[in-house]
Design a protein around this ligand. Sequence first.
Ligand SMILES: Cc1cc2nc3c(=O)[nH]c(=O)nc-3n(C[C@H](O)[C@H](O)[C@H](O)COP(=O)(O)OP(=O)(O)OC[C@H]3O[C@@H](n4cnc5c(N)ncnc54)[C@H](O)[C@@H]3O)c2cc1C
Length: 480
Amino acid sequence: MFSAVPRLPKKSSRAFFFPNVLTLSRSFVQKSSVNSISLVTVWKFCPSMARSLPCPVVTYDEFSKMMTPMCRFMKPMLSMVPPDPTTLNPKDLKQLHFLLQRFRELSSDERYTLVQLMTMSSADFLDQWFETDVLKATMSASGIIGTYLGIRSPGTAYVLLHHYMGEIDGAFRSWGFSRGGTGAISNAIADAAREVGVEIRIKAPVGKILTKNGRAYGVALQDGEELSANVVSSSVDPHLTFEKFLDPHELPADFLEGVRRYKFRGSSGKVNLALDALPNFMCLPGPGAHLRGAISISPSMDYMERAYDDAKYGHYSRRPYIDMVIPSLTDPSVAPPGKHVLSCFVQYAPYKLAESTWDDQREAFGNNVINTIAEYAPNIRDIIIGRQVLTPLDLEREFGLTQGNIFQGELSLEQLFFLRPVAGWAYYRTPIQNLYMCGSATHPGGGIMGANGRIASQVILKEWKGSSPRPTVAASKASN
Ligand SMILES: Cc1cc2nc3c(=O)[nH]c(=O)nc-3n(C[C@H](O)[C@H](O)[C@H](O)COP(=O)(O)OP(=O)(O)OC[C@H]3O[C@@H](n4cnc5c(N)ncnc54)[C@H](O)[C@@H]3O)c2cc1C
């Protein structure tokens, strides 16, 4: 099918021997159809010529144009039960036919690119497009978020595509802040649900899913209270749902084996800093629009891969990749007047440390992040008035994310689409009747998009249509 020799994308003809800082200004970003963010790559040394440097704008523009049909191709898949090509089920075959038709509508270059995105590493994929190391390093970071893989690991190009699909008003690769913080989104959805009569219990952790004769009939909270329901829909991961909340003996052995093999492998940590003033980056001193976007410490491809090397052997990265935002600049409601919040997403922080425990290493991990930032913004230590360090262990303890994986399980190809969470069970149903899954451990994986819950609710409603009585759904939510 792919015998035609693909036209490889042209690299930018310019050689970029510049320096240590690449600033992608807001105008560059807008030109590249990336709305509402500015992207600044900060490197330690700070050439004064940063602003006058040539940017690979043309290539970036071409790259964005190429990624758009990839995202368009994937988009309908975000709204459908993923068809299983290993079955001869007519429904699956129909959906597969639909996808094949869409695949055929792509140009041969686009088809080839799609296959590359499904198989390559983000580093190799970007190498075909760009020469500038610092730009590739920053862009390749999208391929490793939430995974225990490095930018040179095959499969990470898909993760890059997954993050590219973030869309605001039709523009892909757009990320936004929600006013009041991310929890405001959950609260808005909860308010809308309450308006139509839904009762939501918070701070009510589930301890068990109640079953009888292979059917779920409710949940028991950890405090012993029992809630009965016709349908139980779990938005927590398969480990909690099947190994903690159910007696494993209730499940088929092969299914249980699939659940046990499902990979979590948390790799990220979070450091939130309360600041007295704004950080002052050496490469672009003073306040400015650049501070309102994503600030990425990812100075070179080797830096990124070395950060992973540490993690492979059970250490947090001595020199981590850090993705920072200052939401208080966009949404003053998150900090008192004149103060700021610096939110740092950090990789790598492997769940299993080789020589110590996270309880022992939490503060050292936080200090390492601050020291790394200080290499680029030396005033950082003087302006910190409070800090919160979240290790993968904290993500597990506080948010119920097994092994601290931010996506309730890695977005690696062997556990995506019809394989998520377990081969043969990607239909939001489970081997227990009336028990469904609806969280990011189902297709299409993690991210604040609501897709998993939407598809799951459609499946549930379809199966219960016309049934009597109308289902009451006990959905898992411990906190708001
Ligand atoms: C640090 C971090 C940064 C992230 N950054 C981004 C980002 O920038 N953009 C993006 O799109 N996505 C991001 N994500 C991923 C995104 O938050 C998730 O993919 C998304 O929230 C998944 O939604 P969900 O409803 O499937 O699961 P969750 O949001 O995990 O919801 C599961 C709910 O179940 C509750 N729960 C846990 N245990 C129990 C129990 N025993 N009983 C009852 N309830 C329970 C939890 O408290 C939680 O409220 C990030 C995640 C993390 C952790």
